[in-house]
Design a binder for this molecule. Sequence first.
Ligand code: ASP
Length: 590
Amino acid sequence: MPPKVHSTTYRTHTCGELRLSHAATTVTLCGWVFRIRPFGGMTFIDLRDRYGITQLVFNPQTDATLAEQAERLGREYIIQVTGQVVERSNKNPALPTGDVEVLVTRMQVLNASRTPPFTLEDQTDGGEELRMKFRYLDLRRRPLQQHLLQRHQVARAVREYLDGQGFVDIETPHLIKSTPEGARDFVVPSRLNPGQFYALPQSPQTFKQLLMVSGFDRYYQIVRCFRDEDLRQDRQPEFTQIDCEMAFVGREDVLQMFEHMVRHVFRRIRNLELTEFPRMSYAEAIRTYGTDKPDLRFGMTLHYLKDEYANLLGEHHFSVLDQAEVVAGISVPGAASFTRKQLDELTEFVRRPQIGAGGLITIRWQEDGSLKSSIDKYIAADTLLRYAEVLRARPGDLMLLIAGPASNTRRALSELRLELGRRLGLRSADDFRPLWVVDFPLLEYDAEQQRWAAMHHPFTSWHPDDDALLESDPARVRANAYDLVLNGVEIGGGSVRIHNRTDQMRMFRRLGLSEQEAEQKFGFILNAFEYGAPPHGGIAFGFDRFCSMIIANQEGIRDFIAFPKNNMGRDVMLDAPSDIDPELKKELGL
Ligand code: ASP
């Protein structure tokens, strides 16, 4: 590798480079004027670039005109300065360059700047939309710069690992025919084929499978995907995946391979050794945590007083419990001391429309052994004590119960558990708990459309033991699919695939496609399966989220994408989507 060259015709060093060892040398720097401070008759400027900040000093005693010029500079002017590096009397240990400053003897303004519409400090005063409109300025801020630099490092670590394992980076097309992954397609009108459309890929799913048929054996791509989904907080209509596929593998091979990839990335980026990647079935996750993406950083699991298997409610006079399909709860260690107000807040929380529980039953088990509940009127203390036993509570704990339809109740308890975890500081930003969730159901019933839909996608194979159920009892068929969950966030998912025409046709039939429809939509892959398709499987990681989780242990991805879209799927900087030229519209036959 040729040596790294820092200096160019414009500069000898960067703003993050100078140390005491450079003292007495003459340097030329380029950068943005970050802060200007007059002090003791002199002007001090913090000059900033991607690499750091260097303090510049303009002394009117050395050059009065230059000092005056410096005073008149505005924030974000971009300048080139030459001067001598000297040791600072007043060192700044917070800056790597804090031991030195540059006594400027020459300056050139490379370009002026209007006053930025918000401050470019780490904590800015700009609102979301304004910052998005001026994204190029927002991206000058250190936290965003750091995120994108680290994102680059994550991509490098991923490539380093996958390259090392013999994966081949192969590009797949963006103008394709629809690949069903459960979302709507973005479409592109074809001028040369009037009235016809390409679809943008929701993922390279079918292509990567075809590459296995071609014999590439191990494929990956860090690739843009497009899904026209209903807007949810922090969903991006275009996003990036680490998309992978392997031939001659079963589930265990895939899990091992990618567990090691995640370990490798954590080592590289965080210098952290992840201890274990436990496995949990979908059914267990739903039952114990109320969600298929449990956050394992803390306990507070769900316990059931009533469900499809048992009714442990006992004697009571509270009809809400009898009418409920499920009565379940969590016990919050040491929270019996919560105030009335705190309990009211929790009740409000579960009643919010997004969560939708009817109410919250609270039972405080005081340290002195007495019980105080919101349903004292209806349920005697000894019955409550038995509830406490089921909920594995102890004196000093707070028990929270929800009664209602099974899936709502589980979801509400899951949200409540996360909220309490957050309030009690149990979701530590330094703690990383990966989890493989396995044995997903293959199919889910779409009540609206009155048909079965693939839970993952229609190329996922099923558990061989459940083969006979595909036609007779579809709800019970387990998929050969897996998700990787990290601290309650799904970061990846995949499956072992169907690789023969017969099973693929069975699946399409199960999904309600006729022979002709299947042939018309998926003929290419059905045909490919007839030419020696190897057993294969794979996975895709949502790269934006992968980065946000590894770098900052946070779910929000926007600050890890250079040019994201807003909650309405708009690029507010470009003002897209927008109308197109009527001429063009006509040409496209729209
Ligand atoms: N294509 C799938 C997805 O985007 C991932 C996979 O099955 O590999 O979710």
